[in-house]
Design a protein around this ligand. Structure first.
Ligand code: FES
Ligand code: MG
Length: 594
């Protein structure tokens, strides 16, 4: 049962302060004349209709979201049909593949920009158009801060990619083909053509990478209409759900249903559990922790392990599985996964969601329609598919995505050791992606099939925004011997489309003085997944000497700031484990100006 909400009345709408404010006739007239010059009528602005913002994340620079430019016409139709007035405005572009030095640098920038728009313009509610990786968390973080009625509209994934009868998944194909290119099995034109196969239509990545994960989790949080997250971009249902989203946001305004009603601790717990069952991206903890902090919910990587680790993988979608977005949608999408989790007693069913109903009501009857793609809880693809939160003497927190640990990797590192959950190895350390590319094939490094590759200088300060570079492929010589992966560890992130079993997001990072800065090639590490621990096998006296030497040299060196925003972000950004939010930004809440 949902609790009846206080009804908003036309005279209490926030936009009235701009458009119907007799105490300030001059400023009111200026607001009105400059929108009437668009052909908007006086009646639309002053008769007590909700003014609804549509945050447009699509542009020629953000192709993953580009079709929102057309899709929002259906959103506007829905808003008008429900009696609202739509105002479209842009989100700072964020394109995962193209933005340099990294798209993650722009998540907080887009967040800041959207907060200012929602704070300072006459909007009673907002539709957040989302898609490419960081567009979703940036939008949700801002909605949490400002707290006006808000609903997410995903653009949906691309159609499946194909090469002959084989599915080709966005991003995942890149990781596979890079190995074949390095091993000399294919040439560059073939490499390019195979990667282009993965992108046959408009939409975001068709794998369960960060984009599909974050849009699915926006739905799991209750911030979008049920079943909407993973409708493929070109499907007719995508237009229909855009219309329904526009209609619904107007009612959310009248119901005064705000992000703070939806983004509760229970909702974040539901998102963590759902993420494990989806085989979701290792970027999800960073973004979900950030959204939670902006919503005033204390949430960290211990919560991810406690709630998420033992949840089984139910979703057979790349990179953890075999299928892509179209099959996932046809099998029932996010509601079918959550239906299994709710029946297994893993979700809070009584939370309210964007459509005004409870999660349990929304999931009623939404069973999987294809058990090969979305499994029953009793018959999962992998047991214990969530993240482990590793600790030790190198970092306070680092994540490992266990759903993608391949059998071959398990056999080589885990199952033949004395302790079936632990392994030890000699490390080879790289300082940033350039260093890795320059040296990975150097025979002097003596990398063999038991070496642990370490990447540092790749956190939010070392590489502004945090680089997706921890999943490092082995040297070509090992690839040619059939060694497809080595254990990797680092203070950066990795792409959600990668199936690499890396230890990533290590916090604190080397650039802020984390012990990773003391590591040297040739050191030995012991990784114990049973105890969730990584220990550097170097004694404290030696580490103290290294620390002194590092400090005498002025600390861990990283490239200089190239833009004003890089400098600002570096001076304020918090560790990946804390969501990479900006210091103090999370203390602002309910900032809708009146
Ligand atoms: Fe934009 Fe994957 S690159 S969604
Ligand atoms: Mg990425």
């Amino acid at each position: 049962m949902t609790t009846p909400r206080p009804r908003m009345t036309p005279d209490r709408l926030r936009s009235r302060d701009w458009f119907d404010n007799p105490g300030h006739p001059g400023t009111t007239a200026l607001c009105i004349e400059r929108y009437m010059n668009q052909g908007i009528t006086l009646e639309e602005l002053t008769s007590g209709r909700p003014i609804i913002g549509i945050c447009q994340s699509g542009s020629d620079l953000t192709p993953c979201n580009r079709h929102h430019v057309e899709l929002v016409q259906r959103v506007k139709d829905g808003i008008r049909a429900a009696g609202g007035v739509p105002f479209e405005f842009p989100l700072h572009p964020i394109h995962e593949n193209v933005r340099r030095p990294t798209a993650a640098l722009d998540r907080n920038l887009a967040y800041l920009g959207l907060v200012e728009v929602l704070h300072g313009y006459p909007l009673d509610g907002v539709v957040l158009t989302t898609g490419c990786d960081k567009t979703t968390p940036a939008s949700l973080m801002a909605a949490a801060t400002v707290n006006i009625p808000a609903i997410v509209l995903s653009g949906g994934p691309m159609l499946n990619g194909w090469r002959g009868a084989e599915r080709v998944g966005s991003g995942t194909i890149v990781w596979e083909m890079r190995k074949r290119l390095a091993a000399g099995e294919i040439d560059y034109p073939e490499f390019l053509s195979r990667i282009a196969d993965s992108a046959p239509s408009v939409g975001h990545c068709n794998t369960m990478g960060t984009a599909s994960t974050m849009n699915s989790l926006a739905e799991a949080l209750g911030m979008s209409l049920p079943g909407s997250a993973m409708i493929p971009g070109p499907y007719k249902e995508r237009g229909a759900v855009a219309y329904a989203t526009g209609e619904r946001v107007v009612d959310m305004v009248w119901e005064d249903l705000r992000p703070s009603d939806i983004l509760t601790r229970e909702a974040f717990e539901n998102a963590v559990v759902t993420c494990s069952a989806l085989g979701g991206s290792s970027n999800a903890p960073v973004h979900i922790n950030a959204i939670a902090r902006h919503a005033g919910v204390a949430f960290d990587n211990d919560d991810w392990q406690r709630l998420g680790h033992e949840i089984p993988l139910l979703t057979n979608v790349m990179p953890a599985g075999a299928y892509l977005g179209e099959e996932f949608h046809r099998a029932g999408g996010v509601p079918a996964v959550m239906h299994e989790l709710l029946e297994a007693g893993r979700l809070h069913g009584d939370v309210v969601t964007a459509n005004g109903a409870t999660l349990a009501d929304n999931l009623s009857g939404r069973m999987t329609r294809d058990e090969a793609v979305i499994c029953r809880y009793a018959n999962p693809l992998v047991e214990h598919a969530g993240f482990l939160n590793l600790k030790g003497n190198l970092f306070d927190s680092a994540l490992m995505k266990t759903s993608v640990i391949a059998r071959e990797f398990r056999e080589r590192f885990l199952e033949d050791a004395e302790d079936p959950n632990a392994f030890e190895g000699r490390v080879v350390v790289f300082d940033g992606a350039e260093d890795y590319h320059a040296r990975i094939d150097d025979p002097e490094l003596a990398i063999d099939e038991r070496t642990i590759l370490v990447m540092r200088g790749a956190g939010p300060v070392g590489h502004p925004g945090g680089a997706e570079v921890v999943n490092m492929q082995p040297p070509a010589a090992l690839l040619r011997q059939g060694i497809e992966s080595l254990p990797c560890l680092g203070d950066g992130r990795q792409s959600g489309t990668s199936g690499s079993p890396s230890i990533l997001n290590a916090s604190p990072e080397a650039a802020t003085g984390g012990p990773l800065a003391l590591l040297q090639s040739g050191d030995h590490l012991r990784v114990d997944l049973g105890r969730c621990e990584v220990r550097l096998q170097v004694d404290d006296a030696e580490l103290a000497v290294r620390r002194e030497r590092l400090e005498a040299a002025g600390g861990y060196a990283y490239p200089a700031d190239q833009t004003p925003w890089q400098q600002i972000q570096r001076s304020l950004v918090e560790p990946l484990a804390d969501g990479m939010t900006l210091r103090d930004a999370t203390t602002y809440r309910d900032v809708a100006r009146r």
